[in-house]
Design a protein around this ligand. Sequence first.
Ligand SMILES: [Zn+2]
Length: 285
Amino acid sequence: MVQSGDTTHTRAEIGVIGGSGFYSFLDDVTEVTVDTPYGRPSDSLFIGDVAGRRVAFLPRHGRSHHLPPHKINYRANLWALGAAGVRQVLGPCAVGGLRVEYGPGTLLVPDQLVDRTKSRAQSYFDGEARADGLVPNVVHVTFADPYCPVGRKAAVDTARASGWEPVDGGTLVVVEGPRFSTRAESLWHAAQGWSVVGMTGHPEAVLARELGLCYTSVNLVTDLDAGADTGEGVAHEEVLAVFAANVGRMRDVLFDVIAALPGNEERTCLCVDGIGGQDPGIPLP
Ligand SMILES: [Zn+2]
Protein backbone atom coordinates (compact mmCIF):
# COMPACT_ATOMS: atom_id res chain seq x y z
CA MET A 1 0.00 0.00 0.00
CA VAL A 2 2.97 2.27 0.52
CA GLN A 3 4.16 3.73 -2.71
CA SER A 4 7.40 5.32 -1.61
CA GLY A 5 9.80 5.66 1.27
CA ASP A 6 11.36 3.11 3.58
CA THR A 7 9.11 1.56 6.17
CA THR A 8 10.62 3.20 9.26
CA HIS A 9 9.19 6.46 7.98
CA THR A 10 5.94 5.09 6.63
CA ARG A 11 4.72 3.27 9.74
CA ALA A 12 2.88 4.84 12.63
CA GLU A 13 1.35 3.73 15.93
CA ILE A 14 -1.17 6.51 16.55
CA GLY A 15 -3.49 8.25 14.09
CA VAL A 16 -5.06 11.71 14.19
CA ILE A 17 -7.92 12.44 11.82
CA GLY A 18 -8.01 16.20 11.61
CA GLY A 19 -6.94 19.26 9.69
CA SER A 20 -3.53 20.37 8.49
CA GLY A 21 -3.21 22.72 11.47
CA PHE A 22 -2.27 19.72 13.57
CA TYR A 23 0.88 18.66 11.69
CA SER A 24 1.97 21.44 9.30
CA PHE A 25 4.66 22.77 11.62
CA LEU A 26 6.20 19.38 12.55
CA ASP A 27 9.76 18.66 11.44
CA ASP A 28 10.44 15.71 9.16
CA VAL A 29 6.91 14.85 8.15
CA THR A 30 6.79 12.03 5.62
CA GLU A 31 3.92 12.09 3.14
CA VAL A 32 2.72 8.57 2.42
CA THR A 33 0.30 7.86 -0.40
CA VAL A 34 -2.06 5.02 0.42
CA ASP A 35 -4.63 3.01 -1.50
CA THR A 36 -7.08 0.59 0.09
CA PRO A 37 -9.59 -2.09 -0.98
CA TYR A 38 -12.21 0.63 -0.40
CA GLY A 39 -10.59 3.27 -2.56
CA ARG A 40 -8.51 6.29 -1.71
CA PRO A 41 -8.60 7.97 1.69
CA SER A 42 -9.25 11.70 2.02
CA ASP A 43 -5.57 12.48 1.45
CA SER A 44 -2.07 11.15 2.03
CA LEU A 45 -0.97 10.20 5.51
CA PHE A 46 1.45 12.71 6.99
CA ILE A 47 3.65 10.83 9.42
CA GLY A 48 5.92 12.46 11.98
CA ASP A 49 7.18 12.27 15.57
CA VAL A 50 5.18 13.64 18.50
CA ALA A 51 6.55 13.04 22.01
CA GLY A 52 8.62 10.16 20.70
CA ARG A 53 5.60 8.44 19.14
CA ARG A 54 5.11 7.88 15.42
CA VAL A 55 1.88 9.62 14.48
CA ALA A 56 -0.03 9.55 11.19
CA PHE A 57 -2.11 12.64 10.48
CA LEU A 58 -4.93 12.34 7.97
CA PRO A 59 -6.74 15.49 6.84
CA ARG A 60 -10.36 14.38 7.12
CA HIS A 61 -11.65 16.75 4.44
CA GLY A 62 -8.53 16.61 2.26
CA ARG A 63 -5.73 19.15 2.50
CA SER A 64 -7.70 21.69 0.49
CA HIS A 65 -10.88 20.94 2.43
CA HIS A 66 -12.68 19.83 -0.72
CA LEU A 67 -14.62 16.90 0.81
CA PRO A 68 -17.91 17.63 2.59
CA PRO A 69 -18.76 15.33 5.52
CA HIS A 70 -21.10 13.09 3.52
CA LYS A 71 -18.54 12.56 0.73
CA ILE A 72 -15.65 11.43 2.95
CA ASN A 73 -14.51 7.86 2.32
CA TYR A 74 -14.55 6.86 6.00
CA ARG A 75 -13.84 3.19 5.29
CA ALA A 76 -10.72 4.05 3.30
CA ASN A 77 -9.56 6.49 5.98
CA LEU A 78 -9.68 4.03 8.88
CA TRP A 79 -8.34 1.18 6.75
CA ALA A 80 -5.38 3.31 5.59
CA LEU A 81 -4.49 4.16 9.19
CA GLY A 82 -4.73 0.52 10.26
CA ALA A 83 -2.60 -0.57 7.31
CA ALA A 84 0.10 1.90 8.36
CA GLY A 85 0.27 0.22 11.77
CA VAL A 86 -1.96 2.61 13.70
CA ARG A 87 -3.86 1.01 16.58
CA GLN A 88 -5.08 4.11 18.44
CA VAL A 89 -6.96 6.94 16.75
CA LEU A 90 -7.82 10.42 17.96
CA GLY A 91 -10.71 12.10 16.17
CA PRO A 92 -10.88 15.82 16.93
CA CYS A 93 -13.86 17.55 15.37
CA ALA A 94 -15.81 20.78 15.47
CA VAL A 95 -19.32 20.53 16.90
CA GLY A 96 -22.29 22.69 17.80
CA GLY A 97 -23.32 22.99 21.45
CA LEU A 98 -26.87 21.85 22.29
CA ARG A 99 -26.92 23.48 25.73
CA VAL A 100 -26.33 27.14 26.45
CA GLU A 101 -23.57 26.24 28.91
CA TYR A 102 -21.63 24.53 26.09
CA GLY A 103 -20.66 27.73 24.31
CA PRO A 104 -17.89 28.30 21.75
CA GLY A 105 -14.51 27.15 23.04
CA THR A 106 -15.94 24.32 25.15
CA LEU A 107 -13.96 21.07 24.97
CA LEU A 108 -16.08 17.94 25.34
CA VAL A 109 -14.97 14.31 25.36
CA PRO A 110 -18.15 12.36 24.54
CA ASP A 111 -18.89 8.89 25.84
CA GLN A 112 -21.97 8.25 23.71
CA LEU A 113 -23.01 8.64 20.10
CA VAL A 114 -26.28 8.92 18.18
CA ASP A 115 -26.19 8.22 14.43
CA ARG A 116 -28.48 10.45 12.37
CA THR A 117 -26.51 10.04 9.13
CA LYS A 118 -28.22 8.66 6.04
CA SER A 119 -25.92 7.64 3.21
CA ARG A 120 -22.59 6.48 4.61
CA ALA A 121 -21.03 3.04 4.32
CA GLN A 122 -20.47 2.16 7.94
CA SER A 123 -19.24 -1.42 7.93
CA TYR A 124 -16.46 -3.43 6.32
CA PHE A 125 -18.50 -6.58 6.88
CA ASP A 126 -21.43 -6.14 4.53
CA GLY A 127 -21.19 -9.53 2.83
CA GLU A 128 -20.58 -7.91 -0.55
CA ALA A 129 -17.64 -8.75 -2.83
CA ARG A 130 -14.94 -6.09 -2.86
CA ALA A 131 -13.11 -4.88 -5.93
CA ASP A 132 -10.33 -7.37 -5.17
CA GLY A 133 -12.80 -10.25 -5.18
CA LEU A 134 -12.66 -10.96 -1.45
CA VAL A 135 -16.03 -11.31 0.27
CA PRO A 136 -16.29 -10.27 3.93
CA ASN A 137 -18.59 -12.10 6.29
CA VAL A 138 -21.50 -10.30 7.92
CA VAL A 139 -20.36 -9.31 11.41
CA HIS A 140 -22.25 -7.52 14.18
CA VAL A 141 -20.03 -5.52 16.53
CA THR A 142 -20.84 -4.59 20.10
CA PHE A 143 -21.05 -0.80 20.18
CA ALA A 144 -22.76 -0.03 23.49
CA ASP A 145 -19.72 2.00 24.47
CA PRO A 146 -18.48 3.51 21.21
CA TYR A 147 -15.27 5.10 22.47
CA CYS A 148 -12.05 3.75 23.94
CA PRO A 149 -12.19 4.15 27.74
CA VAL A 150 -8.40 4.48 27.98
CA GLY A 151 -8.21 7.16 25.30
CA ARG A 152 -11.16 9.03 26.82
CA LYS A 153 -9.50 9.11 30.23
CA ALA A 154 -6.22 10.26 28.72
CA ALA A 155 -8.01 13.08 26.90
CA VAL A 156 -9.98 14.23 29.95
CA ASP A 157 -7.00 14.04 32.32
CA THR A 158 -4.69 15.78 29.86
CA ALA A 159 -7.06 18.64 29.09
CA ARG A 160 -7.74 19.13 32.79
CA ALA A 161 -4.01 19.22 33.59
CA SER A 162 -3.49 21.82 30.87
CA GLY A 163 -6.05 24.12 32.46
CA TRP A 164 -8.69 23.62 29.76
CA GLU A 165 -11.38 21.98 31.90
CA PRO A 166 -13.24 19.56 29.61
CA VAL A 167 -16.79 18.29 29.78
CA ASP A 168 -16.23 14.64 30.71
CA GLY A 169 -18.80 12.64 28.80
CA GLY A 170 -21.90 13.49 26.85
CA THR A 171 -23.66 12.44 23.69
CA LEU A 172 -22.50 13.45 20.23
CA VAL A 173 -25.30 13.30 17.66
CA VAL A 174 -23.96 13.06 14.12
CA VAL A 175 -26.11 14.44 11.31
CA GLU A 176 -25.71 13.93 7.60
CA GLY A 177 -24.99 17.54 6.61
CA PRO A 178 -23.61 19.39 4.87
CA ARG A 179 -26.31 21.81 5.98
CA PHE A 180 -26.67 22.82 9.61
CA SER A 181 -29.75 21.84 11.62
CA THR A 182 -33.13 23.53 11.51
CA ARG A 183 -34.36 25.03 14.78
CA ALA A 184 -36.86 22.17 15.15
CA GLU A 185 -34.15 19.54 14.67
CA SER A 186 -31.85 21.33 17.08
CA LEU A 187 -34.55 21.68 19.75
CA TRP A 188 -35.35 18.00 19.32
CA HIS A 189 -31.68 17.01 19.71
CA ALA A 190 -31.43 19.11 22.87
CA ALA A 191 -34.72 17.73 24.25
CA GLN A 192 -33.31 14.21 23.99
CA GLY A 193 -30.59 15.23 26.41
CA TRP A 194 -27.88 15.04 23.78
CA SER A 195 -24.89 17.35 24.26
CA VAL A 196 -23.33 18.34 20.95
CA VAL A 197 -24.01 17.91 17.24
CA GLY A 198 -21.52 17.31 14.44
CA MET A 199 -21.25 15.90 10.92
CA THR A 200 -18.09 13.74 10.95
CA GLY A 201 -18.04 11.69 14.16
CA HIS A 202 -19.85 8.80 12.51
CA PRO A 203 -18.96 6.27 11.14
CA GLU A 204 -15.34 6.78 12.21
CA ALA A 205 -15.78 5.21 15.65
CA VAL A 206 -17.62 2.09 14.48
CA LEU A 207 -15.19 1.46 11.63
CA ALA A 208 -12.32 1.74 14.11
CA ARG A 209 -14.09 -0.77 16.35
CA GLU A 210 -14.49 -3.20 13.44
CA LEU A 211 -10.74 -3.04 12.80
CA GLY A 212 -9.81 -3.42 16.47
CA LEU A 213 -8.55 0.15 16.73
CA CYS A 214 -9.05 2.39 19.76
CA TYR A 215 -10.98 5.54 18.88
CA THR A 216 -11.35 8.67 21.00
CA SER A 217 -13.57 11.56 19.95
CA VAL A 218 -12.51 15.03 21.11
CA ASN A 219 -15.05 17.77 20.38
CA LEU A 220 -14.43 21.49 20.14
CA VAL A 221 -17.64 23.52 20.34
CA THR A 222 -17.49 26.22 17.67
CA ASP A 223 -21.05 27.53 17.91
CA LEU A 224 -24.32 27.19 19.71
CA ASP A 225 -26.68 25.13 17.59
CA ALA A 226 -29.81 26.79 16.22
CA GLY A 227 -32.16 25.69 19.00
CA ALA A 228 -29.82 26.71 21.82
CA ASP A 229 -29.05 30.09 20.28
CA THR A 230 -31.35 33.07 19.98
CA GLY A 231 -29.51 34.39 16.90
CA GLU A 232 -29.78 33.70 13.21
CA GLY A 233 -28.55 30.09 13.33
CA VAL A 234 -25.15 28.60 12.61
CA ALA A 235 -22.96 30.24 9.97
CA HIS A 236 -19.92 28.54 8.50
CA GLU A 237 -17.70 31.64 8.92
CA GLU A 238 -18.41 31.62 12.65
CA VAL A 239 -17.40 27.95 12.89
CA LEU A 240 -14.14 28.55 11.02
CA ALA A 241 -13.25 31.58 13.13
CA VAL A 242 -13.74 29.77 16.45
CA PHE A 243 -11.86 26.73 15.19
CA ALA A 244 -8.95 28.88 14.03
CA ALA A 245 -8.82 30.66 17.39
CA ASN A 246 -8.61 27.32 19.23
CA VAL A 247 -6.54 25.12 16.91
CA GLY A 248 -3.31 25.87 18.76
CA ARG A 249 -4.48 24.78 22.18
CA MET A 250 -6.42 21.90 20.66
CA ARG A 251 -3.16 20.73 19.08
CA ASP A 252 -1.32 21.14 22.39
CA VAL A 253 -3.91 18.99 24.18
CA LEU A 254 -3.86 16.34 21.45
CA PHE A 255 -0.07 16.13 21.57
CA ASP A 256 -0.21 15.66 25.35
CA VAL A 257 -2.85 12.95 24.88
CA ILE A 258 -0.57 11.22 22.37
CA ALA A 259 2.21 11.20 24.97
CA ALA A 260 -0.18 9.73 27.56
CA LEU A 261 -1.55 6.87 25.43
CA PRO A 262 -0.30 3.36 26.19
CA GLY A 263 1.92 1.50 23.78
CA ASN A 264 -0.05 -0.44 21.19
CA GLU A 265 1.20 -3.76 22.59
CA GLU A 266 0.03 -2.73 26.08
CA ARG A 267 -3.61 -2.22 25.16
CA THR A 268 -6.08 -4.15 27.32
CA CYS A 269 -9.29 -2.26 26.45
CA LEU A 270 -12.43 -3.65 24.79
CA CYS A 271 -11.33 -2.21 21.44
CA VAL A 272 -8.55 -4.75 20.87
CA ASP A 273 -10.95 -7.55 19.93
CA GLY A 274 -13.48 -5.21 18.36
CA ILE A 275 -15.43 -7.94 16.55
CA GLY A 276 -15.48 -10.23 19.57
CA GLY A 277 -13.87 -13.22 17.94
CA GLN A 278 -16.26 -13.34 14.96
CA ASP A 279 -14.71 -14.43 11.65
CA PRO A 280 -14.41 -11.37 9.39
CA GLY A 281 -13.84 -13.49 6.29
CA ILE A 282 -11.18 -11.04 5.05
CA PRO A 283 -7.69 -10.22 6.33
CA LEU A 284 -7.76 -7.08 8.46
CA PRO A 285 -4.98 -4.49 8.30
ZN1 LIG B 1 -9.16 1.11 23.35
